[in-house]
Design a protein around this ligand. Sequence first.
Ligand code: SAH
Length: 472
Amino acid sequence: MLLTITTTHVPATDLGYLLHKHPARVQSFSMSFGQAHVFYPEAGDERCTAALLLEVDPIGLVRGRHGLQSSSFALEQYVNDRPYVVSSFMSVAIGHVFGSALGGRSKERPELVEQPLPLHAHLSVVQCHGGETLLRRLFEPLGYIVEAQQHPLDEQFPAWGESWYFTLGLAATIRLRDLLSHLYVLIPVLDNEKHYWVGEEEVEKLLRHGSAWLARHPERELITKRYLRYQRRLTRAALAQLVRDELPDPDRSEEEHAREEEALEERISLHELRLQAVLEAIKQSGATRVLDLGCGEGRLLKLLLADRSFESILGMDVSYRAIERARERLRLDRLPARDQRRLKLIQGSLIYADQRLAGYDAAAIVEVIEHLDTSRLAAFERVVFEQARPGTVVVTTPNREYNVRWETLPAGRFRHKDHRFEWTRSEFEQWARAVCDRFGYTVTFQPIGPEDPVVGAPSQMAIFQVQRRDPA
Ligand code: SAH
């Protein structure tokens, strides 16, 4: 059975550093079920392919009792598809032979580990009783372009119809470690019938290699169930754990901290007030094409979508997870086609110039600037006020002065652990006026939430209007 991974990243031979396998060498590894070989059918600067070839020894398997289920049909133990069809043995081999790459370790190219690369995986052959539909349901949510070629049962007898065997191609621009982790978990899911190594420790493996992406995969239940081969108890444990304690990842801690912040602000449902105020300001401006920058889970997008005067809405967030959550919360795939056309969700960062943001009437930037490093604010200002340059920009941020009024907030702490700063009213106003001078906008301010006579309102909003179409 054969898995190849190809990249067109330049120089493509960096693949060798990431996999810890030299492109010029053939290496072999002894595994309990046979031999694993790694070699490179091509290794050029522009294209490099690594192959993982497994030679499964079905007889050895029976003798060594490495797990073939006892079958009433004795010959099946010797004559079967095991040597050819990509199965859970491939996952075992990936874990063993590409363990460092799977774990995201590279001494020579540490920066490449985190970099999405153009990758293409080719598996010949997989067996999938759910057919092409299941292949797509498993891999497309992870961002792959899926090519599945189904094979006839017997080429000489077309009337017999199709088999459940497929040649599978997966293409995406993705981190290599993610590709390996997806294969590691999903290959045994395809290999539903004969799956060899289910046990308590598999829960742990599944969580280790899958938790970052599995928790938000629409088919997570099917994947967990099949991976653990319908063992109910294990499945429940794994699912519960997935929900409870995932590996720490930046998006997740952002979400958790957002929840803490929300709980703190809950009594007056400050966020609702804030979103209403922003919506009102955008409506007042007469905008029909609107940006929601740092849209998070899409709460404002929902309000914008409900108002037909907004014809074109673009939500952007740096967090892929936030975008996915927004897509789910808005039930984007179930909206009428007309609404689907009105709303676009993209991943992107506010500190890099982005052509996609040009040509809009208004932008909302709600509780986002305080998440940016102060050293990045200047870049952010140029992206929004010089390059995207909408007629109206609405920015909200906490009012730090109000923090003393939150009983549960220890003195000197911000409302959200990921806030890089929180501004007083005068600090916010100073910043906003400087932006106006630099980019040719005017600004007005509004408090959000109940105003305290001493410390002001909990949140603050600046509404910028462009003075002239061209920046200074
Ligand atoms: N506007 C939303 C979310 C606020 S939380 C709401 O009011 O509900 C802050 C959001 O800003 C998070 O979703 C975070 O992922 C996003 N964010 C942080 N830095 C960003 C950047 N550089 N570019 C775009 N979004 C960013």
